[in-house]
Ligand binder design. Structure first.
Ligand code: PDD
Length: 290
């Protein structure tokens, strides 16, 4: 990120090096905070309303009012990404409970939220992934029971992802009570018996914006797709396994816990879905500027 690119903090645009949050901020002390990651293609924010709706849901779940309305978010984020006209970027935004007088777990009566946002260049997807896919491992899901909240309290996800990295994999697929739930920072899809399956929304997984789009694209293009529990045995026997996220799109998994899946290449259903996904992005890029 170049040093003259501005970030947004509490109503102001300023250089990132000058953007500071007080040490008493409850986001820092308790992870008392929520966030969103929004890709930007050709200057256009991807599914912005869906991201803002999910932010509303996360804030409501942690008993916070949204400090900005959707119009104000839209205007601020457009200004932020407008610094690199037409570029692919990734927006990170975070709302914390704000700084308090003393460190106390209970929520203070009067506290002003901290609102932060930055846009960074979005790394293009490595073309080798379409050729060879990625490696994933499975791990026990030791997160809390409100994984539907997009909270910055991500230590369990950080450790899972690190273990994947140390074992030569890109992502960890988390298992809870015999079911495959989602990745450490992605949602899970499997292709089994000619159908695309993804675990239904629940408190055990993040309602991914990419996940919703993949389901929409499948249904609009006659690819059978259902929201259904994925037992570990179904994951292990699946013809194809995909992991989805805003920044990494639809990743085909070709190695699971060191074992090669199928012929070790991304499968035909993934290729079709990836075409549909890329076409969706291309349409977004061609939209007129707002
Ligand atoms: N993470 N599940 C988890 C636990 C995630 O952290 C993410 C995304 C997803 C996919 O959600 P979406 O399709 O809306 O990106 C699922 C973001 C990218 C991150 O933490 O950087």
């Amino acid at each position: 990120m170049s040093s003259d690119t501005l970030v947004y903090l509490d109503g102001r645009f300023l250089p990132r090096a000058q953007a500071c949050v007080p040490v008493m901020d409850r986001g820092f002390l308790f992870g008392d905070s929520v966030y969103e990651v929004i890709p930007v293609y050709g200057g256009h924010l991807f599914r912005l309303e869906h991201h803002l709706d999910r932010l509303d849901g996360s804030l409501a779940a942690i008993r916070m009012a949204n400090p900005l309305g959707h119009d104000a978010w839209r205007a601020m984020l457009r200004e932020l990404v407008g610094q690199r006209p037409g570029a692919d970027q990734s927006v990170y935004l975070q709302v914390t409970r704000g700084p308090a007088e003393k460190r106390d777990h209970a929520i203070p009566d009067a506290v002003t939220p901290t609102v932060f946002a930055m846009a960074v260049p979005l790394a293009p997807i490595d073309p080798a992934i379409a050729e060879h896919g990625i490696a994933a491992i499975t791990l026990a899901d030791n997160r809390w029971l409100r994984c539907d909240i997009k909270a910055t309290t991500l230590l369990a996800n950080v450790l899972a992802r690190q273990e994947a990295k140390e074992r030569g994999a890109v992502e960890a697929i988390l298992l809870r009570e015999g079911l495959a739930v989602e990745g450490a920072a992605s949602n899970l899809f499997v292709v089994s018996d000619g159908r695309v399956l993804t675990p239904p929304k629940s408190r055990f997984l993040l309602p991914g914006i990419t996940r919703d789009l993949v389901i929409e694209l499948a249904r609009a293009n006659a690819i059978p797709c259902v929201e259904e529990d994925v037992p570990v045995a179904v994951l292990e026997g699946a013809g194809e396994v995909w992991l989805t996220s805003s920044t990494r799109e639809v990743m085909p998994v070709t190695r699971l816990d060191g074992r090669v899946l199928g012929d070790g290449r991304p499968g035909p259903v993934w290729r079709r879905m990836n075409e549909l996904y890329q076409a969706y992005k291309a349409r977004l890029r061609q939209q007129p500027d707002e």
